[in-house]
Design a protein around this ligand. Structure first.
Ligand code: FMN
Length: 216
């Protein structure tokens, strides 16, 4: 009977649902890109040196790499730096200054970075805060692009008044783009509009660290 067949099929599907949920869960866990969750510590950590938190949000790793580079450069200037993804920061107590950085996707900062800033608003008003953004619009450092990219930072600037802002070009490597955005890389139109390339500008990042370190 057809109705018996249908109920047999729906029973089979129901029995498989837990496996489907598990598959989705593991796929999701697997999609958290390790390069975007790097933690690092730089400097001697002695009581005399300033302690800086470099908090960042990254999708595919280039913002994480920029944050690590900033931490390293700060330590070369005698500071102690903790570099952490915002998702792993419980408190910002104990830091003399905070640097907040984010990647951009579809014209927006990473949501977790905005939530981190909002959640720690009270503590962030007591210490100097510098902010930076990593994106592809900065491939060409023009006044128009600076204006566009500076506006990406508006959600953070609405919460804290930064002592400096860094606008840096980033990188596109399809294999690093996490799910679900990675689906876009299957589309020829996306590949044409957003080709792979590395525009990271370490000289610009280092110069910016030199600019803001005196304000922290
Ligand atoms: C799906 C997608 C959307 C993006 N949207 C923008 C955008 O709107 N503006 C921009 O300047 N860059 C955009 N980019 C470029 C990223 O900001 C750039 O690759 C950056 O280096 C990513 O940082 P991350 O590696 O830390 O995730 C986009 C990249 C991807 C993969």
């Amino acid at each position: 009977m057809p109705s018996d067949n249908i109920s047999l099929k729906s029973k089979k599907i129901t029995a498989r649902l837990p496996f489907l949920y598990l598959f989705i869960l593991f796929a999701f866990i697997g999609c958290v890109n390790k390069q975007s969750q790097v933690e690092a510590q730089f400097g001697k950590g002695d009581k005399m040196s300033k302690k800086i938190l470099v908090a960042y949000g990254s999708f595919a790793g280039s913002t994480a790499e920029t944050a690590v580079f900033i931490g390293k450069k700060l330590s070369e200037k005698g500071m102690t730096a903790d570099v952490k993804p915002v998702e792993k920061i419980k408190t910002i107590e104990g830091y003399d200054a905070v640097i907040i950085g984010s990647a951009v996707e579809m014209g927006k900062l990473k949501g977790s970075v905005i939530r981190f800033t909002e959640k720690n608003k009270a503590a962030l008003t007591k210490v100097p805060v510098a902010i930076f953004v990593v994106c592809l619009t900065m491939q060409k450092d023009t006044p128009e692009n600076r204006k566009t990219v500076s506006a990406y930072l508006d959600p953070i600037k609405a919460i804290v008044k930064p002592v400096g802002e860094g606008l840096f070009p980033g990188r596109i490597r399809y294999k690093d783009i996490p799910f679900p955005q990675s689906i876009l890389t299957l589309m020829p139109a996306f590949k044409k509009a957003v080709p792979e390339g590395d525009w990271m500008n370490w000289g610009a990042v280092e110069a910016w660290v030199g600019e803001v370190e005196g304000k922290m």
